[in-house]
Design a protein around this ligand. Structure first.
Ligand SMILES: C[S@@+](CC[C@H](N)C(=O)[O-])C[C@H]1O[C@@H](n2cnc3c(N)ncnc32)[C@H](O)[C@@H]1O
Length: 250
């Protein structure tokens, strides 16, 4: 049943439950006298354990451990509220949609760019889409090197989109970037569809790709497999995150 609940809601439940538990301990006894920071560490520990008990993905545990203690530290540092607001707005413009997409921003490495370039046709015309183009680095490099291709990036997050738009305006003319949701895009117009997403959308991505992509076209996923669908080829790369490119010929 928990699988059907959004992880953000479960995380909120974990944090609130841990706060209530620790607050109950604080008000119901006088024997243990800890500082606010120490209580916040206990809250973090409780939240981490709860997250583990609820079988949230392991990377939630450090988030739960550090969430409240870091707030206490930030309050003690008296960081200006304007700086906090600016930081919050910046993060919102980059990661705000992650709540819905479950795909945060992280960037393909240079090794990935080189490996993709080696896979693209040398002289014949082709079209390439980067699903969730991020800040447009991958796309602009590929467009610069492969003038025989037409490159398209679709990005949902406002700030990365703005950066990639500026890059495309001042960069190679065979590269275009649009703001929007790639689920609304028809994949049949592309020869190569590139995705660097997360485990969450991969099954749905395969359903869409196998319905819309043309026979002979290529789906490439950086790092994330499609459950139950063996890739036709995989390329292991020696970069900082040990990326693997998975290729499916439609
Ligand atoms: C892991 S990053 C990859 C960035 C870039 N493609 C690269 O390889 O460097 C994934 C990006 O996809 C974007 N994204 C996630 N879901 C999306 C959607 N449905 N439509 C458009 N962009 C999306 C996120 O905002 C994020 O910037």
């Amino acid at each position: 049943m928990l699988k059907r609940i959004h992880p953000g809601i479960i995380a909120l439940f974990v944090q609130i439950t841990a706060v209530v538990l620790i607050a109950t301990v604080i008000v119901s006894q006088t024997a243990i006298a800890l500082s606010l920071f120490e209580w916040s560490l206990l809250q973090g520990l409780t939240a981490g354990l709860l997250s583990f008990a609820l079988r949230m993905p392991v990377w939630w545990i450090p988030i739960h451990l550090g969430f409240l203690p870091l707030i206490v530290v930030a309050l003690a540092l008296h960081i200006s509220s304007t700086a906090c607001l600016a930081l919050f707005l910046g993060l919102l413009l980059i990661y705000g949609k992650t709540y819905k997409t479950q795909v945060p921003l992280y960037l393909s490495s240079n090794r990935v760019t080189q490996a993709l370039q080696a896979l693209l046709p040398e002289s014949s015309r082709f079209s390439f889409v980067d699903l969730g183009g991020g800040c447009g680095g991958l796309l602009s490099h590929l467009a610069e090197k492969n003038r025989n291709g037409v490159f398209h990036g679709i990005e949902a997050a406002p700030l990365p989109f703005l950066i990639s738009k500026l890059r495309s305006l001042f960069g190679a003319k065979n590269c275009a970037v649009t703001w929007g949701d790639f689920w609304q895009q028809d994949f049949s117009q592309y020869d190569v569809v590139y995705a660097y997403l997360s485990p969450a959308p991969m099954t749905a991505l395969w359903e869409k790709a196998s319905k819309e992509m043309r026979p002979g076209s290529l789906l490439i996923s950086n790092t994330f497999i499609i459950p139950g669908v063996a890739a036709d080829k995989s390329i292991q790369l020696d970069d900082f995150s040990n990326s693997t490119l998975y290729l499916w010929k439609i």
